[in-house]
Design a protein around this ligand. Structure first.
Ligand code: ATP
Ligand code: MG
Length: 263
């Protein structure tokens, strides 16, 4: 069975990868480092058999400090999910370097793809089988993870009775139970109403730091979520246009939206 949230295995950088020195401030510890990342796919031309290389990511660099929540924004198709998949080890960059603390976990957009076991307890403990833990240790990890995401009272609930946001929180609990250090979150709140959205936001803020020094990178289109971030990255057309201070990124996006509406 394939489970939607997983604790990623190591990624295999391309032969063109180099050893890197962390960008930004060398005194800061980073949970996620991507340096000069490019990713291209080879596609067939519509007419004829000729192939062409289509660049999706173009020389992207980013750094997310340990224990922080950063948000990744940008227009549809600019490469956010592709970048996240590279950081998760699901795709190999064509060139560039990736260093992400492990275990890391990717949580997808659709809540119905997140939870696969019949009950919340079974789902959160799903990934623990491989860790050779006692039944008491498994129970303790599941309870602690559910408490962190505010879902303790749902232990025995059938997963099909949960709301979308509750399913996302159960998926995050599954990652935390496996001592995940980095959460890579792709538009978790897109399908959620405001109550569920806030439940997920609070759950993620509650995960950060702690003994595992959990960090998160969250792709979102919802500008109002930026106020919960410690830092932000804005992409356009496969490139990182701005990263760092949340208010600067929010200002840039607001200005671009105003320009678009005025044009
Ligand atoms: N395997 C592939 N083959 C061809 N093109 C691809 C492939 N994967 C992604 N793309 C293209 O790369 C671009 C970036 O896709 P990606 O899904 O990363 O964008 P995104 O920023 O996450 O968009 P959205 O906000 O809509 O989720 C898009 O133009 C997409 O069609
Ligand atoms: Mg996407």
């Amino acid at each position: 069975m394939i489970k939607a949230n997983f604790v990623g295995s190591c990624c295999h950088p391309s032969p063109r990868s180099r050893v890197i020195c962390a960008g930004g401030d060398c005194n800061i510890k980073y949970a996620i480092q991507g340096q000069n990342l490019s990713y291209s796919v080879t596609v067939k031309k519509l007419i004829g058999v000729q192939k062409m290389v289509f660049p999706i990511l173009k020389d992207c660099s980013l750094h997310v400090p340990v224990g922080q929540l950063w948000m990744l924004l940008g227009p549809n198709g600019c490469g956010k999910s592709t970048l996240l998949k590279i950081l998760a080890g699901l795709l190999n960059p064509t060139s560039g370097n990736v260093i992400v603390r492990k275990p890391r976990s990717f949580v997808f957009q659709n809540p119905d793809h997140q939870v696969v076991m019949p009950t919340v307890e079974a789902d959160v403990s799903f990934g623990l089988g491989k860790l050779n833990l006692t039944a008491d240790e498994v129970r303790a990890r599941v309870e602690k993870a559910l408490k962190t995401v505010g879902m303790s009272e749902y232990l025995q609930r059938p997963v099909q009775t949960l709301s979308g946001g509750q399913k996302q929180r159960v998926a995050i609990a599954g990652a935390l139970a496996e001592s995940c250090k980095v959460l890579l979150l792709d538009e978790l709140t897109t399908f959620l109403d405001e109550t569920d959205q806030m439940g997920v936001v609070e759950a993620i803020r509650n995960c950060l730091g702690g003994p595992d020094q959990v960090s998160a990178l969250w792709v979102t289109h919802r500008l109002e979520e930026l106020k919960y971030a410690d830092g932000a990255i804005y992409m356009e057309d496969g490139r990182v246009i701005m990263d760092g201070d949340v208010s600067n990124v929010a200002h840039l996006i607001s200005r671009k939206q105003a320009d678009y509406l005025a044009s």
